[in-house]
Ligand binder design. Structure first.
Ligand SMILES: Nc1ncnc2c1ncn2[C@@H]1O[C@H](COP(=O)(O)OP(=O)(O)OP(=O)(O)O)[C@@H](O)[C@H]1O
Length: 333
């Protein structure tokens, strides 16, 4: 048996009713996706709005039935063996409140533990461990309606771990969270993965994906576009680096040398003159041009007081990939 969540040729089409007498139309949300979420790793699923990420995650979580194709979780089918699958997975969706406002934090965890059939002792012990993990031990006896949004979200995360799932599906888990809480969550996820859990992550915060994910799938209109490590995707997308230099009070020769260098390598350039006369030049180019640029400025008699090189981010790469991807024929945008 191959371990992991394995989706094969997955397809989800929604029927959209057209009034009382109109013929229903079909919206294809997921169109032949094959994905592997192995244990011990965070796998990313990226795509623009409406790409089919949530539909895919809901099918993995047994909340939606695939129109065709299969998903197995450690060999168990999400349709035929749904109950056994549910014991092995859990879902944390950032945008949705997944805990009860009228219960305290501790009561929520006991309640969900009971739903999973955990024996009393295990339920109590795990609830305390999870309250501690998400930093809510002191607020355990406060009703959730008095929690801040961040606290409620942290409790949702504890709820998502109550059945000690082998696989965790995270759909925008840090949506709306303050930076320190989001950072804590990332640390929790990294620790879970070190302990062998498999995690699927969708997030619009691409720095988060870059930090956590070893492998990323990029989808558009329900179809596979590309996949790889964040570093590989960034390199392959052909995104350019930005070199910025600050030249104090440049002479006409130095300004001409910068212009000639820029024209020779066909870089795109943004220039800014500060109040104190410093010229700040940003050049965008695929190659490492910092050295030759500095040489050109110094050779013309100029000095440099600041130099920064900004590498392209995963965000740049995803935008470039999405820009280059046209919806496949026959698929509505
Ligand atoms: N229940 C539904 N009925 C009809 N169409 C749906 C339904 N759920 C989703 N869709 C459509 O399927 C497509 C994929 O939606 P999905 O929510 O899976 O995308 P997503 O990548 O998660 O988007 P987002 O980033 O905006 O959350 C969208 O065009 C959406 O409008």
């Amino acid at each position: 048996m191959v371990r992991g969540i394995i989706a094969t040729d997955l397809r989800k089409a929604f029927r959209i009713p057209r009034g009382l007498f109109g013929k229903p139309t079909e919206k294809v949300a997921v169109d032949g996706l094959s994905l592997v979420i192995p244990p011990g790793r965070v796998t990313g699923l990226l795509g623009l709005n409406g790409a089919g990420k949530t539909s895919t995650i809901k099918m993995m979580a047994t909340l939606l039935r695939p129109t065709s194709g299969t998903i197995t979780v450690d060999g168990l089918d999400t349709v035929a063996d749904a109950r056994a699958v549910r014991r092995r997975i859990n879902l944390i969706a950032g945008g949705e409140r997944m805990v009860y406002a009228q219960l305290t934090g501790r009561e929520n965890l006991h309640y969900f533990g009971r739903l999973y059939g955990l024996p009393g002792g295990v339920r109590r012990q795990r609830s305390e461990e999870l309250l501690d993990l998400v930093g809510l031990s002191d607020a355990a006896d406060t009703v959730v309606e008095r929690y801040s949004r961040g606290m409620a979200q942290r409790l949702s995360i504890a709820r998502g771990l109550i059945n000690d799932p082998d696989y965790l599906l995270l759909d925008e888990p840090t949506l709306g969270l303050d930076a320190p809480i989001a950072r804590d969550l990332r640390q929790v996820v990294a620790k879970l993965v070190r302990n062998g859990k498999g995690v699927l992550l969708t997030s619009h915060y691409l720095a988060e994906v870059e930090e956590l994910c070893e492998h990323v799938y990029v989808i558009a209109a329900g179809r596979h576009l590309t996949e790889g490590s964040p570093a590989m995707l960034t390199a392959d997308a052909g995104c350019h680096k930005t070199v910025t230099v600050a030249v104090p009070d440049p002479s006409a020769e130095v300004a001409a040398a910068v212009a000639q260098f820029t024209a020779r390598i066909s870089a795109s350039i943004v220039e800014e003159r500060r109040d104190d006369g410093t010229l700040v030049v940003s050049l965008v180019h695929p190659d490492d041009i910092a050295g030759p640029l500095v040489t050109a400025i110094v050779a013309a008699g100029g000095a440099i007081i600041d130099l920064t090189v900004t590498n392209p981010s995963l965000e740049d790469a995803i935008l470039a990939i999405a820009d280059g991807a046209h919806p496949p024929a026959g698929v509505a945008p």
